[in-house]
Design a protein around this ligand. Structure first.
Ligand SMILES: [Zn+2]
Length: 276
């Protein structure tokens, strides 16, 4: 019995280690090196062999020289596959993401207009959704995504990526950002370099909102800002002040909500910034 138990424990820990730390066996024929997190919300940066390409979800991933980026959304299927090509050679490789669990969070005391927006706000919300989509379209050639990210502000983490959310008791979409509570007026720094693709002081849900495009479809989003220090088209370096913390839009107190996208997938900023 004990021996069986010990064996079971061994199997479990072996599979955990394999799942979390794992670099899947991407063939050296196509991939020189990779780093990142193979979990929902994770981002992976690969350096390919010269001439190699990756197809994911039936499209060829854009690349800068031999670098490609691949991201996985909150509810990404754990079973994944990519197709590598290089000259005449091609190979489909399957791999698994390590499973992840999410917290539940209840936010109360929100003005009802932010839980169920009134009819007259719907037009503005729709217009802003299109504006946000446009600002994230395409894949630019900036290299910020490869930098060692820094935290845009210091403060207490009050909300994490992926939480199931209830607003005034009503179930709503999960939380995709990381909330950092800090006084209004605190400078917000660019976590990595990039180009500002959206800077708007008054979005319905987000309030003061900035997008920074870090390249290859990796975008940072900063919400509820009190003031903006950048305009669309500005290039920012890591550490540059882009605005200040506020409590604008759907917010119950001063905090920064930092989100990230890879293409249309929402990824977890906390996986890119250093552990706290
Ligand atoms: Zn938030």
């Amino acid at each position: 019995m004990m021996r069986h138990l010990a064996f079971l424990v061994f199997l479990l820990s072996a599979s955990l280690v394999h799942g979390v730390g794992a670099q899947p066996a991407f063939p050296e024929e196509f991939v020189k090196s990779m780093r990142g997190n193979l979990i929902p919300g994770g981002l992976v940066i690969m350096t390919l062999q010269p001439g190699a390409r990756i197809l994911y979800d039936a499209r060829t991933l854009p690349q800068i020289d031999d670098t490609v980026v691949l991201g996985f959304g909150r509810d990404a299927p754990l079973k994944q596959s990519v197709l590598f090509t290089r000259g005449e050679a091609s190979r489909e490789i399957s791999f698994r993401l390590a499973p992840r669990t999410y917290q539940e969070q209840r936010i109360n005391g929100l003005p009802p207009a932010y839980v169920s927006p009134p009819e007259k706000a719907l037009e503005k919300i729709k217009r802003e959704a299109a504006q946000k989509r446009r600002a994230r379209a395409g894949a630019s050639l900036h290299l910020g995504f490869g930098e060692a990210f820094i935290w845009p502000v210091d403060g207490r983490i009050t909300g994490v990526y992926g939480s199931r959310r209830f607003y005034n008791g009503e179930p709503r979409r999960p939380h995709y950002g990381i909330d950092i509570a800090t006084p209004a007026g605190t400078p917000v720094k660019a976590p990595a370099s990039g180009r500002v693709t959206l800077a708007s002081p008054d979005m319905y849900f987000e309030g003061g909102l900035i997008f920074v495009d870090h390249g290859l479809s990796v975008t940072s989003v900063f919400m509820h800002l009190q003031s903006l220090d950048v305009r669309v088209g500005d290039m920012v370096s890591q550490g540059d002040v882009i605005g200040t913390v506020g409590s604008t839009g759907r917010s119950t107190g001063p905090h920064l909500d930092w989100r990230m996208y890879w293409a249309n997938q929402r990824i977890d900023p906390a996986l890119l910034a250093p552990p706290r």
